[in-house]
Design a protein around this ligand. Structure first.
Ligand SMILES: [Cu+2]
Length: 489
């Protein structure tokens, strides 16, 4: 209770002191039509379209300001934060982040907040787009099985965060209670080809990253800001593989990017693109030609870029361990014609890894240097394979594949290895993290991705499979190649 009072009291002070300035600058912006956006008449009533991430509702275009009904349902529900790791999310509309709300300046929003009867706790909502005490928090505090209604007028165009502000506020946010509300300017935002909704959040679990089972929230880790997961759209992999967002060559993509926090600031970057435009902090100021934009906890940005060449663009928080070790990684798959002038995929000398070699889930480039002459015989494969082994695997798995107790699993006579060849190929290509059992013993560590050509991976695994009592399988470069393609798909 103390927390809530403090929070709203602080907000109230901040809001009142800045209200005069806010209103004044609004009047400036919209003086063509109205001396003040609060005077824009809201005619007729309509129900707001709400969407789940990564999708956004239809643009407002030229529609007039209206009385807009927003029906939002709070749901506390179990989900998966990553493979085998379950978490009870608290959500606005059943997703993390919550449903996207799209309005225009001058709308009179009638907000109907429903707390599902199966929920355990009261909640409320603080929308940063609201001019008024607590951003609506006080008027919307609602117990399970109840509904609260309040209304507000959107005075300032921009992209805003909303979140639960019920004590303990940090815990409600950490469990996923945040989302975005867009207030479009008069006449709407310029038209683009694709729009998506992405929101970063940090999560704190009792178990370490990857520890399976239902994981409760860890208050101490949250207070210490030691996140186990940093993710886009609520879970690891929410925007990768077949859940990647898409675009075609030549299209302009607009991303509405928010950061729910509760703690961490995002250094939002798209590997392989430059933002043509950034609406800095979601406001009116447009910056151009930006590589990485900072998105504060409880803040947002709109980024836009035209995609010129096909391939997979990687969305990251460039505080890079978060991306490759904690989950803050998404994909935008671009299809269409190559343009060799803009990007030549033909260079065969070496490997371009802009983020360094310690990458675990980075989808591989399609071109990897073939540093070896193809091995012709089994004897050659064993010879080349052993050379690669001694150079790259030896340090951890040791000379006879015996590994090191508690730290590095054995490759000698390994049931885990012999069980699944594709999995073994993937481990070498992409690395491995999380708990595994090898010959009855548990390991929970990290093996980083190995930067090897298809030929080298084939040879080293053939060597491992044909040594130390293993199952004598032969791995071919074609098998490795097909695993690479698998992950790019
Ligand atoms: Cu809440």
């Amino acid at each position: 209770m103390m927390l809530k009072i403090t929070y709203t009291a602080v907000l109230r002070t901040v809001l009142f002191s800045s209200m005069a300035t806010l209103l004044f600058s609004c009047a400036e912006k919209d003086k063509k039509a109205y001396s003040n956006t609060s005077e824009i008449p809201a005619i007729q009533e309509m129900t707001a379209e709400l969407t789940s991430p990564p999708y956004v509702p239809t643009p407002v275009g030229k529609r007039k300001a209206k009385k807009l009904i927003v029906d939002m349902e709070i749901l506390e529900q179990e989900g998966e934060i990553t493979n085998g790791v379950r978490y009870i999310y608290w959500t606005f509309g059943g997703t993390v982040p919550g449903s996207f709300i799209r309005t225009r300046v001058g709308d009179e929003v009638e907000f109907r907040l429903k707390n599902h009867p199966d929920n355990k706790l009261p909640h409320n909502i603080d929308l940063h787009a609201v001019t008024g005490p607590g951003g609506g928090a006080e008027s919307s505090f609602v117990a399970p099985g109840r509904e609260k209604v309040f209304s507000f007028k959107t005075l300032n165009p921009g992209l805003y965060v909303y979140h639960c502000a019920t004590a303990p506020v940090g815990m409600h946010i950490a469990n996923g209670m945040y989302g975005l509300i867009l207030v479009e300017p008069e006449g709407g935002l310029p038209k683009v080809d694709k729009e998506y909704y992405i929101m970063q959040g940090d999560f704190y679990t009792k178990g370490a990253n990857g520890q399976r089972g239902l994981q409760p929230f860890d208050m101490q880790k949250a207070v210490d800001e030691h996140a186990d997961y940093v993710v886009f759209n609520g879970s690891v992999g929410a925007l990768t593989g077949d859940k990647a967002i898409t675009a075609n060559v030549g299209e302009t993509v607009r991303l509405f990017v928010g950061n729910g926090g509760p703690n961490l600031v995002s250094s939002f970057h798209v590997i392989g693109e430059i933002f043509d435009k950034v609406y800095v902090e979601g406001g009116d100021l447009i910056n151009k030609n930006i590589q990485t934009t900072l998105i504060p906890a409880g803040g947002a940005a709109i980024v836009e870029f035209k995609v010129d060449v096909p391939g997979t663009l990687i969305l990251v928080d460039h505080s890079i361990f978060r991306a490759f070790n904690k989950g803050a990684l998404g994909m935008l798959k671009v299809e269409g014609e190559e343009n060799k002038k803009i990007y030549s995929g033909e260079i065969r000398e070496g490997i371009y890894l802009p983020e360094g070699p310690g990458i675990q889930t980075m989808p591989s480039t399609t071109e990897v240097a073939e540093s070896e002459i193809p091995a012709k015989s089994m004897a050659e494969k064993m010879e080349f394979g052993k050379a690669t082994y001694m150079q790259t695997c030896f340090a951890c798995h040791l000379g006879e594949g015996q590994g090191i107790a508690e730290a590095f699993p054995p490759l000698a006579n390994s049931d885990y290895l012999n069980d699944d060849v594709d999995r073994a190929i993937d481990i070498v290509l992409y690395g491995l993290t999380g708990e595994i059992t090898v010959n009855g013993k548990n390991y929970n560590s990290v093996m980083t991705a190995q930067t090897l050509s298809d030929e080298e991976v084939a040879n080293v695994l053939t060597y491992v499979y044909n040594s130390w009592g293993n199952s004598k399988k032969e791995v071919t470069p074609a098998m490795v190649k097909s695993r690479r393609n698998e992950s790019i798909k």
